[in-house]
Design a binder for this molecule. Sequence first.
Ligand SMILES: [Zn+2]
Length: 221
Amino acid sequence: MEKRIISFLNKKLFLCPFCEELILDESVLCAPCRAQLLREFDPHPQIQSMKDKFFIYPLFSWNAKSKIILRELIYRLKGGENQRLQAWLAQLFYIKYELYISQRQKVFIPAPAKQKNKKNQRDHASEWAFQLVKAKGEGVFYDPLQRQQEGQKSKTREERQKAKLSLGSSQIRGRSKLQKNLEMIFCDDVVTTGATAFAAYKALGQPRHFAVWCLAYREVR
Ligand SMILES: [Zn+2]
């Protein structure tokens, strides 16, 4: 009996990832935290152009007011934790952009992790890409990008900030498989200058159909 109660509680009880209050209604956040986050959610599209090459689709806009709760959100998603929350965010994303998303077949490509995960788990960008695929039940998850590590010390700060990405050596041969009609969706958490996204765009051979789907867009002034 006791065992059954514990297993029931484990299934039914969740702690709010933001404030660690008990959640009784199987939501991903407690009601106050969810309300605080949704206050910063604009259901209207906030599509940004990146050098007229491609578009950025942010779920949230990072500003002086929203940054408090968004910082908490990004922090809680680090390391690929909180899959339920990511799944909920993916659904929110599709609500916001449903009418703006092309019918094209999509390949979801996560921003490469800064550090290799020891347990081989998905990191936050991979989890975001994975949940975007899962939410719609269509599209393909593909993780071909890696960061270039060598020679970083000798470079200036500015150069280091320009993230250099490349296709993993095992992926280069597969590049031709990235068919022309597919849409490449680069998935990341916060996009600021768009340098990482632009590096991904170049590493993938400047695909004709390319977009960035991110959790937040922070405008640089
Ligand atoms: Zn909470």
